[in-house]
Write a protein that binds this ligand. Sequence first.
Ligand code: CUA
Length: 336
Amino acid sequence: MSFQLPIALYALVNQAAQAPAPREANLIFPVEASTVARGLDDVFYFILWVSIISFVIVIAAAALFVLRYHAREGHKEEKTATHGLGLELTWTIIPTILVTIMFFAGFKGFLELKTAPQNAETILVEAQMWKWSFTYANGAQSDELVVPLGRPVKLVMSSIDVLHSLYIPAFRVKQDVVPGRYTSLWFEPILAGTYHLFCTEYCGTQHSSMITSVRVVPEEQYQAELTELANFIDRLPPLEAGERVFRMKGCATCHNLTAETRAGGGPGLGGLAMNASRAFVDGSSGTVDEQYIRESILVPGAKVVSGYPNIMTPYQGRITEDELRVLIEYLKSLTP
Ligand code: CUA
């Protein structure tokens, strides 16, 4: 079978639809902030309009036939032709052309979305219950995604626990993040700004808080921010650096900064009284000091305080000694 005709037809439609300017946000879509967004939306609108027009034609014809041919007093059955070649060709050929255009438009979009350009900036993404962590080429880490304007970016993603899914509506990209394997997606931002980044796979009680943002910034600012992010522990006072580690490691997803326990989460961290006594679920007890806090971050299951379930992710191997040092200072500074 030759694909020449459908390809030519699709190219025609595609060319006509490829106006340069991205559309503003509307009722259906957010702003078209990546290179693929416009084309994807065009395919969607094409399918939408084909569906609306087909719906109107089919329903109108059905209504007309009901009115004209329904059984009634004095109405006799008419002998009609059983075969109309012209009509049958029409309702076969036109829909075939339309669905073929849809297929090729979808297939082309699929290939585009699956094939990252060779020069794409690679950013590692790690998903966990319930936060995102982004690691850049220079080793910098952040809990919100920063990307350079006008340059392709490839996200290489993994999950340390359950199935998550990364979704950036403004870029029209979405990809599952699966434990035990890598997945990836790519995009090229074309509008500077801040956009939503969601987890779109139900991953537990705090799934809805697994939301952050993507900031698209000019190249120089991107480089400057990466440098700043990479060296913050050396640069910032310990408490400020600790506060940043607290945010980056996702502690706030489960812990309040006050003394109040978070529903469905862990104990509040405000007013950690040093040398206070703690009773653990195994019946033993101990006092709060730096060593205890350190162990509770690295191996939370070692000493679980009575009344709390053992649900925290162990941070052993997932936090550096420098980060721990400033984080513990920060935790000690919190008031109730
Ligand atoms: Cu992660 Cu939902």
